[in-house]
Design a protein around this ligand. Structure first.
Ligand code: ATP
Ligand code: MG
Ligand code: MG
Length: 375
């Protein structure tokens, strides 16, 4: 059997390993954290991203390397290409690690973005606030996730607070978009260039962290082919191999690019039960050069994220066509510790299912926007 090496041992690595097992694949995870949750399902090598002796050993033991963690230093990824195959390639990783490079690429391929400006100093920020205005969001160019590394400016009076909050890190100032909704494309590109997308997904965030997803996104017949074409152009520009996500805002009925994730993505977790081939299965197929699987949706699918701590599992386990995912992580504020997926044949059945679950778990606020979107 072939072995896939995964840099990063979080829940994404764990779900990759679980998806690859039926295909006869083995996994080796590398992470510096002793309690990395993928270690519960796959062997783990403990090392940090600069431990090149350990990484050389890792490279010898695998057939191909991929990522659970998008912020692996680009030079480590590049070093690895001299020792094993690496997908996605380090250039794709580097571009999506830097919000400035990422948004510039979006514009080059014809995807509009919120107005933005590079900020390298407090003076830059003051000038950017003049041109972009408020409300706006200052985001570090690198290393942000789950809304971390961001500061929302209400007025020009917030300039100093914003600059201090981000510790003077190279950043971009972005116009705040009063969007109608958020969508994501989860897509996969094979080594031979074949490109597939799962149906468009609608997403809701709470405190900058994904809270719920619904797929296929309702009322997106016009936007879906446009969104897919943007994702395809991005993948081709980067010669991308594997699964990735493109996060979009819809404003006045038009698409704006927010960011991309060069890896399997939380908004694609519904594909585990909701599609013949999940984002995880197609990622491992893609990086190994196997044929891609069917990315259609089996009915309507909703995903609820468990952030901070898990709710009781039993009401979900008792529900038909519901699926429970416990990542085996210890509870911590703002940490993704699990999710649940719900499948239904039509919108009415999904609304009933979510109402029951919301009430049973005391999560009415979390399910409410999803129920509303189902019409
Ligand atoms: P992720 O965990 O998705 O990688 P992140 O920390 O990289 O998150 P973003 O995707 O930039 O952060 O922002 C998180 C969420 O904050 C977005 O999904 C959106 O709901 C909101 N947001 C971000 N930028 C803007 C904006 N310019 N206008 C309005 N809302 C925004
Ligand atoms: Mg991000
Ligand atoms: Mg995001």
């Amino acid at each position: 059997g072939r072995t896939i090496g995964v840099l990063g041992g979080g829940q994404l690595a764990r779900m990759l390993a679980l998806a690859g097992a039926p295909l006869g694949l083995r996994f080796l995870v590398v992470d510096s954290a002793e309690d990395a949750c993928a270690a519960q399902v796959a062997p783990m090598l403990r090392a940090d991203w600069r431990d090149f002796d350990a990484l050389a050993d890792f490279a010898r033991r695998i057939d191909v390397a991929t990522f659970d963690f998008e912020n692996v230093p680009a030079d480590t990824a590049h070093w690895l290409t001299e020792h094993t195959k690496v997908f996605p390639n380090p250039r794709a990783l580097a571009t999506s690690q830097d919000r400035l490079a990422e948004k510039s690429l979006f514009r080059e391929i014809g995807l509009d973005t919120p107005a933005f400006a590079a900020v390298d100093s407090r003076d830059d920020l003051a000038r950017a606030v003049e041109t972009i205005g408020t409300p706006s969001i200052l985001k570090t160019r690198r290393l942000g996730y789950d809304g971390k590394g961001q500061f929302r400016l209400k007025s020009v009076a917030d300039v100093d607070a914003a600059w201090e909050a981000l510790g003077g890190a190279p950043s971009i100032l972005e116009a705040f978009v009063p969007f109608e909704r958020e969508l994501s494309v989860v897509a996969v590109r094979a080594r031979d260039g074949e490109f597939r997308t799962w149906p468009l997904t609608q997403n809701w965030h709470a405190d900058g962290i994904l809270s719920a997803s619904l797929a296929p996104a309702p009322h997106a017949e016009t936007l879906a082919p446009i969104a897919f074409a943007h994702a395809r152009r991005i993948a081709e520009a980067l010669d991308y191999v594997g699964t990735f996500a493109l996060e979009l805002f819809v404003r006045d009925g038009r698409l704006l690019g927010n960011e991309m994730a060069p890896r399997v993505h939380n908004s694609g977790h519904w594909t585990i039960e909701g599609s013949p081939a999940s984002q995880f299965e197609n990622h491992v197929r893609a990086v190994l050069g196997m044929p891609l699987g069917d990315t259609s949706a089996l009915g309507i699918n909703a995903m609820l994220n468990w952030v901070g701590e898990l709710p009781p599992a039993d009401p979900v386990l008792a529900e038909p066509r519901a699926h429970w995912h416990d990542y085996g992580k210890s509870p911590r504020a703002g940490r993704k510790v699990g999710h649940a997926t719900f499948c239904a044949d039509d919108a009415a059945e999904m609304r009933d299912r979510l109402r029951r679950i919301g009430a049973a778990l005391g999560r009415e606020a979390q399910v409410a926007p999803v129920i509303a979107a189902l019409g």
